[in-house]
Design a binder for this molecule. Structure first.
Ligand SMILES: [Mg+2]
Length: 237
């Protein structure tokens, strides 16, 4: 059996894990959108976000957390207004230092490409694809990605098998020819393994225990650094 593609998770995998306080990220939005009531608005948005992730988890990805725009619409926010767009800019500025790619990401992806592997990304996210594209453009990774899938724009999310099937179809490879690299043992490793992919776990993210319904999955390999992925994949050829 030969490996033809490597699919990466994004947060905590292509970017080093950062602990983010959910209310703080929404405060960056709320203090611009409604300075007088910033704290209650930030708390409501954080609660709504947590609820969406919980629904996604409890449905095993059959009901994705959805799109960021829907979160704003449910709060009664006019997403076409200038006030919202300024606040959204503040939210994205808050996130900017936390979305920087691991310095090993580009050399790894270049090495994989030079050896003929197709490269995919599959991210559980509420962000629209354009936000992710901007981040990959900023970090000079965009031209190294053959297919990127963001669950904000998909009918399912990891660990649902159809999420993995979508990226495999776009890459034109079979599950047995593909390696998935991720930091979450349940969403990424258990999901990809069940979908028939080989799995490499990046074990450095402090995923809150309540976000791991089952930690019993066993990855095919563990990469303590992103650069280790190449050697592991080559060892399977
Ligand atoms: Mg991740």
């Amino acid at each position: 059996m030969s490996i033809r593609a490597v699919v990466f998770d994004w947060g905590g995998t292509l970017t080093p894990w950062h602990d983010i306080d959910l209310v703080s990220q929404w405060y960056a939005y709320a203090e611009i959108y409604d300075p007088e009531h910033a704290s209650p608005l930030a708390h409501r948005l954080a609660e709504a976000e947590v609820h969406r992730w919980k629904v996604q988890q409890e449905s095993h990805g059959a009901e994705p957390a959805g799109a960021l725009d829907q979160l704003f619409l449910d709060e009664g926010i006019d997403i076409t207004g200038a006030r919202h767009l300024r606040a959204l800019g503040s939210y994205l500025d808050f996130w900017a230092p936390h979305t920087a790619a691991d310095p090993q990401a580009r050399p790894l992806m270049e090495d994989l490409r030079s050896r003929g592997y197709r490269i995919g990304v599959l991210s559980n996210t509420m962000w629209p694809s354009r936000h992710h594209r901007e981040v990959f453009e900023r970090d000079d990774l965009i031209t190294l990605i053959d297919a990127a899938f963001y669950t904000s724009e998909m009918p399912v999310a990891k660990p649902h098998g159809e999420a993995f099937a979508a990226v495999l179809a776009a890459l034109g490879v079979a599950a047995s020819e593909t390696v998935f690299v991720g930091d979450r043992i349940w969403d990424d490793i258990a999901g990809a393994s069940r979908a028939g992919l080989r799995t490499i776990w990046i074990p450095h993210s402090t995923v809150p225990p309540e976000q791991v319904p089952d930690a019993s999955a066993t990855p095919d390999a563990v990469a303590h650094e992103l650069r280790d992925v190449l050697g592991i994949v080559e060892s399977w050829q």
